[in-house]
Design a protein around this ligand. Structure first.
Ligand SMILES: [Zn+2]
Length: 341
């Protein structure tokens, strides 16, 4: 509770169990003008783009539920297209909407995890966006991608667009339809607003788990905080060849461009392991043109990756160094034969 003094009513655990019968503020708020925003800070839709498609609201705030209180948030899916193979009535499709397997729900804005726990409706996350008096709530996830956090225990910091969990369905939903249920609270769970009004101004992010196609534009993603497991898309770089670009998350200044002909995961993550900076790893990388010892705090940078064939990784690195002019690469210096230490 200390971390989020304005979340009231016993926290999200009580909330998750009682919300079906405690909608008094929603039902009594119909005379109050809806909050029109905008909310301060950078905000993104909690569902990323999927194959270039932007998510939509498949069920709106305050919609009636037969036999139940009205809907306390918005449900997010993708509009069904004629080419979609997902059958109606499966977890991946309703008549009008679809949701693929394995897509992550992402943090709508920078904040700190206030809770991340399993509930009867699936894995649920609450993010505290302090100092803004805003919290966001995400549920129906089938897997958690941030550390499990008891309500009010100060969890890890997250950035806008960072994956929180894999989108699933509510175990209590007979149709088992996969979607994100998302709420915006301007106080506690009883201070919900209609998210669709503020979401009109929000951008969408690329699917953080999709590896970037060779000729696609560079997509920068956060790599988490020190001590956390790396996101799936970083772990997917094991034994891959390609280039990476590290930039400052606040200023977007390009800091470093690197490459590997087959150890992309190791080469990239060494930049975030300050305790290994003088160990032998970089020595073997010198033939690939790397300068050693450049480490960055994980939570202050974003990384873009482009996969290449092993033979093309160095060419692509040199091309990107020329184009992006990174701050920390030693350009114009011939590749060294040995480490200078
Ligand atoms: Zn919902």
């Amino acid at each position: 509770m200390r971390a989020l003094p304005w979340i009231i009513g016993g926290g999200v655990a009580a909330y998750a169990l009682t919300r079906r019968s405690s909608r008094s503020s929603i039902t009594s708020s119909e005379t109050v003008a809806p909050f029109a925003g905008p909310l301060p800070g950078r905000w993104v839709w909690p569902v990323p783009r999927w194959n270039g498609r932007t998510p939509v609201i498949s069920d709106g705030f305050n919609s009636p539920r037969p036999g139940l209180p009205r809907h306390g948030g918005v449900d997010l899916m993708f509009l069904r297209q004629p080419s979609d193979a997902y059958k109606v009535g499966t977890p991946n499709g309703s008549k009008l909407h679809v949701m693929p397997d394995g897509l992550p729900a992402v943090a709508a804005s920078d904040g700190v995890i206030w809770s991340a726990m399993n509930t009867p409706h699936g894995w649920a996350v609450v993010i505290d966006h302090t100092p803004r008096k805003v919290a966001t709530f995400y549920t129906h996830m089938e897997k958690l991608l941030v550390p499990e956090t008891a309500p009010g225990k100060r969890g890890v910091a997250v950035r806008a667009g960072q994956p929180l969990g894999i989108i699933g369905a509510s175990p209590l939903d007979a149709a088992h339809l996969k979607h994100v249920h998302f709420e915006v609270w301007l106080g506690g769970p009883t201070d919900r607003i209609d998210p669709s009004i503020v979401m009109r101004a929000w951008e969408t992010v690329a699917d953080p788990n999709a590896l970037v196609a060779r000729n696609a534009s560079l997509v920068y993603r956060p790599v988490g905080a020190p001590g956390e497991a790396y996101p799936d898309w970083v772990r997917a770089l094991k034994n891959k060849a390609g280039v990476y670009v590290i930039r400052d998350a606040e200023t977007a200044e390009i800091l470093y461009v690197g490459s590997s002909a087959g150890r992309l995961y190791d080469t990239l993550t060494r930049h975030f392991q300050t305790w290994r900076r003088w160990k032998g790893f970089w020595k073997g990388q010198y033939a690939e043109g790397h300068d050693p010892g450049l480490t960055y705090p994980r939570d202050s940078v974003e990384v873009a990756v482009r996969l290449t064939s092993p033979a093309k990784s160095l060419d692509e690195e040199m091309r990107l160094i020329g184009r992006l002019k990174p701050r920390d690469n030693l350009t114009g210096v011939p590749a060294l034969e040995e480490a200078p230490f």
